[in-house]
Design a protein around this ligand. Structure first.
Ligand SMILES: Cc1cc2nc3c(=O)[nH]c(=O)nc-3n(C[C@H](O)[C@H](O)[C@H](O)COP(=O)(O)OP(=O)(O)OC[C@H]3O[C@@H](n4cnc5c(N)ncnc54)[C@H](O)[C@@H]3O)c2cc1C
Ligand code: FES
Ligand code: FES
Length: 487
């Protein structure tokens, strides 16, 4: 096995080779403290405010894809063979502003300016991907950027006008694409990266088989995929995470495909990567992804990480459980596939043996006979964590409930099926009376807690109301409820 101890990446226009990377060193600290690239700001250090937004370009099946990410929770070790683009890279030789920056100036999109570099980078990514965006696309691109003083309207106006200030096709990231691809391909040498010991130990597997071998040898290693959870363990909780295995660059884990009515999602597939196929085949899941974090978090965070962390308020497990998804776990060369719901044993406890990892999740596409819905209830629409999330896959035949799978997040110590409610519905006529009679079963399924997001009573009431809502929508009685949710 080829191995090296340094990581290599492109920073703006400069190739960088680093042999002294701590596994918990963030990209933001590296940029500001080591490179003195202070245009990238630190606001929250937890992925919420977007002040630290930079672009990361990565080769995917030969394609160079740039995405906005939060440098504050992105670890340097995850950047091997990547192109990091900071706001300084927008500087023009003649001193003029970049089109996105000029549009922000002209539309009064900046006051104190602290958030501005982050907005610029998010809008830069959008401008290159979609030079003439809709207002909805602008809002989506900016879900992960907060501004305390300007207000968003001038910023949105600037975003809509940016294409009139310059042509994305003549931007350096477009014109220098071939050279960047060649540079990144040169860095991808198929070697394992292994450096340091103890608190300094960092590993980047050469491929997925190598990952399996590393984890068998070092079962206590922290796996880092998108780092949108693990990043906060470091920046908020000051936890030691070494040894760390970075798996975000493993192409084999980033595969998403459909065959025979099942969507197979590799553990390394990000929300953004999953969006197109899920939104097309299971539109309710596409709409849910739109409610997860902001664009930067969706570009980094993975569905595999959302499952593996076992959080009771992770957004993807309940709908995947309702759909009957299965999970493939791998240890060395051995694989086992289990129903996803069985993975969650108790709070902080999952069915994952030492040295084992999540390889893929398999999601059956609901057929025409069943009705599927998922609703996330949180205090804010955008960038908020779930208070209660309910997912329903119910099959009605000849006016009767033939089968019901219902799962909730935020109602128990794990994502959990409402089996007593399902049993109370099964075989019954699909009527308002059946639904009302089934509501008492919720107390048998759940004893939710009160916390800063919601009280136990509120959670219980919302959980029940979501079943009522499902009924009303399924019978056409409240088809217009959906208009209260942004498209
Ligand atoms: C600002 C912000 C907003 C957020 N909003 C939401 C939200 O709306 N809804 C939501 O559900 N979550 C949200 N999250 C949480 C987070 O984004 C998700 O849980 C995400 O899916 C985690 O994926 P990741 O790849 O970043 O995981 P990581 O942080 O890399 O890892 C998470 C956990 O999974 C383990 N792990 C990762 N991959 C594997 C694997 N293949 N096998 C075994 N273990 C593995 C890691 O060791 C770690 O324990 C938010 C986070 C932030 C910072
Ligand atoms: S500093 Fe707030 S998202 Fe990174
Ligand atoms: S301009 Fe001050 S925070 Fe946005």
């Amino acid at each position: 096995m080829k191995a090296r101890s340094e990581i290599r990446f492109l920073l703006n226009g400069t190739p960088v080779t680093l042999a002294d990377v701590r596994p918990d060193e963030t990209l933001l600290d590296y940029l500001r403290l080591r490179q003195r690239l202070t245009g990238t700001k630190e606001g929250c250090a937890e992925g919420d405010c977007g002040a630290c937004t930079v672009l990361v370009g990565r080769l995917r099946k030969g394609e160079l894809v740039y995405e906005s990410v939060n440098a504050c929770i992105r670890f340097l070790g995850s950047l091997d063979a990547c192109h990091v683009v900071t706001v300084e890279h927008l500087k023009r030789a003649d001193g003029s502003l970049h089109p996105v920056q000029q549009a922000l100036v002209d539309h009064h999109g900046s006051q104190c300016g602290f958030c501005t570099p982050g907005f610029v980078m998010s809008l830069y990514a959008l401008w290159m991907r979609e030079p003439q965006p809709t207002e909805r696309a602008v809002e989506r691109a900016l879900q992960g950027n907060l501004c305390r003083c300007t207000g968003y309207e001038p910023i949105v106006r600037a975003a809509l006008a940016a294409s009139t200030y310059g042509d994305a096709a003549s931007d350096p990231l477009a014109t220098e694409r071939a050279a960047v691809i060649a540079a990144l391909e040169g860095m991808k040498d198929g070697a394992r990266v292994e450096s340091g010991s103890g608190r300094e130990r960092l590993l980047i597997p050469a491929d997925v088989d190598d990952f399996a071998a590393i984890l068998e040898a070092e079962p206590k290693a922290t796996i880092v995929a998108g780092a949108t959870d693990v990043g906060l363990w470091v920046t908020k909780f000051m936890r030691e995470i070494a040894p760390v295995v970075f798996i975000g660059g493993l192409d084999e884990l980033r595969d998403i495909r459909e065959d025979n009515g099942t969507i197979h999602i590799g553990a390394g597939v990000s929300y953004s990567d999953a969006f197109a196929l899920l939104a097309k085949r299971i539109p309710q899941l596409g709409a849910l992804i739109d409610r997860i974090g902001g664009e930067q978090v969706r570009n980094m965070g993975t569905i595999g990480g959302n499952i593996a962390n076992g959080s009771p308020i992770g957004d993807t497990p309940p709908p995947l459980i309702a759909l009957g998804a299965t999970l493939t776990l791998r240890k060395g060369k051995a694989r086992r596939t289990i129903p996803l719901e069985d993975f969650f044993i108790d709070y902080g406890k999952q069915d994952r043996a030492p040295g084992e990892f999540v390889e893929a999740v398999h999601v059956p596409v609901p057929d025409a006979a069943s009705r599927f819905a998922v609703w996330k209830i949180s205090k804010r629409r955008d960038e908020d964590i779930t208070a209660v999330l309910g997912a329903f896959d119910i099959r009605i035949t000849d006016g009767r409930v033939e089968a019901a799978r219902i799962a909730y997040g935020g109602m128990a110590a794990t994502p959990k099926r409402a089996k007593a409610v399902e049993a109370a519905l099964a075989g019954k006529a699909w009527t308002q009376e059946t639904v009302e009679a089934a509501l008492s079963a919720y107390e048998r399924d759940f004893q939710p807690i009160s916390d800063m997001r919601a009280s136990a009573d509120y959670r219980m009431m919302v959980a029940k109301n979501l079943l009522r809502r499902f009924y009303l929508e399924s019978t056409g009685g409240a088809a217009n409820l959906s208009r209260y949710e942004a498209a």
